[in-house]
Design a protein around this ligand. Structure first.
Ligand code: FE
Length: 344
């Protein structure tokens, strides 16, 4: 009898412990993220305060994270994959590492033009890859399109980072999709001949090089200009103030300025799917979108949120309306062209 009572008590405690574990597990989400901005921690803290769901983040570059998801397979603890380049989201989807997101709460937060037709990823922000130019040495009327950066007049004057960077690979993918590979290859080769120096540094470094007189124009992501103009460091502020912002390809017969999205995707084997979807809904909500635009100077994908005032003064622009998945589809061809034309 006593034995039986002890057994019942034992089972009772085992049940309590198991149910605690079960309660604990769903209160977590694990993110593999390529994003490299301080605002993200703030977003996750706010989400945790609101929901009690803990957010764990593993940061690395997109290729490393994709490899990790592939190797871990069904035992992966990752729920979400975040990148700063839609090409890598497309790639993860193409490799079978993601599951579709069909959630009205999320999609209703986002302008239709930014949604993935295949539902494998959700955009969090968008950015344009723009031309910035020395206010002293370039007249804005001399600028036109990405294609016209190939003109001889820019010889030894153009600055752009290395071809291994995913922002440049996405831009080249768009040039291929819009103009065909032959034109893209000639363009790449002309760009290489116009470079003021071998590609080095990040986008901010290209702007600093203009300020230092090492070149006259550069191709960079739009938000870096917002970050420089709001910086407390004097050299960064000077660099930001030394350049003008130009959105390329704005004429009626042109494609519009290249855009890319930073986006989020649900992994194929997400152990905490319900909570993961809650985070996506939160990050695309007006509150979180406002936090993005005011801290990183990216553009919001939520129709209710206007750009930050620094960004707003550059005005509206025509966006390239290419299917964003093309930035992944054309990636291998872009890399081949970079290699063939000697873009380091
Ligand atoms: Fe960036």
């Amino acid at each position: 009898m006593k034995k039986n009572i002890l057994r019942v008590i034992f089972i009772f405690f085992v049940l309590i412990i198991t149910s605690c574990e079960n309660n604990q597990k769903p209160n977590e989400i694990n993110i593999y993220s390529q994003r490299h901005y301080a605002v993200d921690e703030l977003q996750y803290e706010n989400f945790t305060k609101q929901t009690g769901i803990k957010v764990n983040v593993t940061k690395a570059n997109a290729d490393e994270l994709i490899q990790r998801l592939k190797i871990e397979g069904s035992s992966s603890s990752a729920d979400l994959f975040i990148t700063v380049d839609v090409g890598k989201l497309w790639q993860a989807g193409d490799m079978g590492l993601l599951q579709k997101i069909e959630d009205e709460t999320i999609t209703s937060n986002i302008k239709k033009e930014f949604l993935d037709p295949n539902n494998f990823w959700v955009p969090l922000t968008f950015r344009s890859r723009i031309i910035v130019y020395s206010k002293d040495r370039v007249n804005v009327n001399e600028l036109d399109s990405y294609e016209s950066l190939a003109d001889k007049k820019w010889e030894n004057r153009l600055l752009i980072r290395s071809s291994s960077n995913s922002y440049n690979q996405a831009l080249m993918s768009s040039i291929i999709a819009n103009n065909g590979p032959k034109v893209a290859e000639q363009w790449s080769s002309d760009i290489v001949s116009n470079l003021a120096r071998d590609p080095k540094g990040n986008d901010r470094d290209q702007v600093k090089a203009i300020a230092a007189g090492q070149g006259d124009l550069a191709v960079v992501n739009s938000y870096y200009i917002g970050l420089l103009l709001s910086s407390e460091k004097e050299d960064e502020l000077n660099a930001g103030n030394s350049v003008g912002v130009f959105f390329p390809n704005q004429r009626v017969d042109q494609s519009g300025a290249h855009i890319n999205v930073s986006g989020i995707a649900l992994t194929k084997n997400s152990p905490n799917k319900e909570n993961a979807l809650k985070l996506i809904a939160y990050l695309t909500s007006s509150v979180a979108q406002q936090t993005y635009v005011d801290n990183t100077y990216e553009y919001s994908v939520n129709p209710e949120i206007e750009p930050n005032k620094i960004v707003k003064q550059w005005g509206d622009f025509k966006k390239d309306n290419l299917d964003l998945n093309m930035l992944g589809v054309k990636r291998n061809e872009a890399i081949r062209i970079f290699d063939k034309t000697g873009w380091k």
